[in-house]
Design a protein around this ligand. Sequence first.
Ligand SMILES: *Cc1c(COP(=O)(O)O)cnc(C)c1O
Length: 616
Amino acid sequence: MSTAIKEPKPKQASPRDYEGHWKADGSPHAHAPKWAKYRTEMTSEFPLPYRGGKNDVLVEHIGKFVKKLDLLRPEKDGPAYLGDKPALTWTYPEVKDVKIGQKMGDLDGVLDEIVKMFNGLGNWGSPLTMCNVLPQGNTAAILASMMAQVFAASLIEGEYSWNVQRAELETAGMLGNLVGWDPLKVGGVFTWGGSGCWTYGVKYGITRVLPNSRNTGVRTDAKLICSEQAHYCQQNCSDWTGMGMDNVIRVKTDVKTNGMDLVHLEEILKDLTARKIPVATVVCTMGTTDSSAFDPIGKVRKLMDRYPNPPGYGKTVLYADAVVGWSWIYFRDYDFAGNPLGFSESVLPILKQNGQAMKEIEVADCIGIDFHKVGFAPYVSSCFLYKDAAEFESLHRRGSDSYLQVRTPYNPMYYTLEVSRTAGGALEGWATLKYFGIEGMQAILGGIMETKHYLRDLIDAEPDMVCVNPDDTGLITLYRVYPKGTNAKVQFQKELSDPAGRADLIENNHLTEAIGNKLFEWIRDGKKVDGKFTPWMSFSTGFRVAEYNRDEKDPEEVVFALKSFPMNVFVTPESMKHVLRCVQEARDEVLKGAGEVSPKRDGLKGHRLVDARKTA
Ligand SMILES: *Cc1c(COP(=O)(O)O)cnc(C)c1O
């Protein structure tokens, strides 16, 4: 193909042209090309590489930005969200119909737009916030993470993170010591969440048990064993690792403890052994998200030792999913007799029980730890901790990397899933461990437990309310409220254990859901009860089944419940009392709306705004 018009030949640039774009003071000449002018503008708006510039834009804008962030926060006793616009400001999918601007943007304008996005976001530090395991980040962790952003340390390898590597190495050491492992032998990598830790645990098992799989792919249907209460990210992990979701075997759980049923586990292991099928990973959940159930990990380990994989396969990996429950390890060695922190008699036995449940976690090969859950740090700060660094790191070792040179003794690039990896998570974890110390973490956890028990006592004193997870040892309170005049304790018992209570159970499930949705609506409507804004809570649409539905055949015979997780340090006894007032008020409003004393389903149907999966 030939074209009629000849492209003009670009003028050959000389080195002098480049030198001639700028004046001695760094400003561009009028004749400088447009790219050079943009570049000059950027050098005035990027962070200065050295100290003391009159106008380091980063420092100046952090100051401005902090003021704006402060304005986003409500006045004292304000609502549970930031800013002054509780509604969504966009529609879907139209929001995506947007293009990159042709011209360079205006720095101030971009920052203003960002601040606007936070308008209306839930305020995790508000004493009204108790909806889920969403902790407010502690100051040390937030600033540690900011350092990682400003100076962009990458934990890919030593040259790019230098002394910042200590954050990951020392965190692994501190956590290893906490667990009871030899700190010199442990390793830990920060990754993208509790599901990232799970993925590492599954992959460790696949690699150890099926060594050829690294080259050939997973060609054997090796199994993944976890309990029926294990987190739903089992699907992500078995799917994305190529192990296959059909290879997950779920062990029944004990009706009382919600922990793995050892008899059923043994049946499974015996059967797999007889059929010569290997198990890649066994997952013990050490603290489920809602009910805080612990699998009996010590006994699981003994069973695994009794049923080793068939010849030719490696040894099964035992992964402890402690992403939400890990901080209970802090109570393993608490002096319960002396009680130096002075916890009340009613919570001491529970703290002790949780500490004891964590005692045997040291038999795991690896453990998942989320600092962004009960570690009071921002995202993304999940640590995959492994007992035998030499083994894990050599098993997953890849060859040398031609772009990078080894400059320090620590080079995770050879075995991590990630390539570039922010140091933000490791710094957040490190800062949190250092800042809280043992007693700080014990105080904050024990304090939530004290608050929870206070709420339980308040609920017990209300005739129309009932706590429906009184035996849980975790930090969440689940409860139901009934129409005024109902004896809630008696009514709930009937719904839970008597098949004749089935219709009531379902009807009051709908009432519970409607109250949960009403409370959510109120937050966004700026509703006040007794002159105060209303709490941000959530609800569960089936945290357990009715006793006559043990085989889980009937999806309707489950228990809905309102949920309070008062995990931030600003929650007070006053806020807990206010919560119950608001719940009763919401119930009255729902029943009024339904137009009759006994709510009919249709009158109560609300859209599900709240994430209400069994485990959040
Ligand atoms: C939250 C949770 C996960 C998933 O963790 P993410 O950090 O959300 O990825 C896994 N297991 C348990 C028990 C959890 O509570």
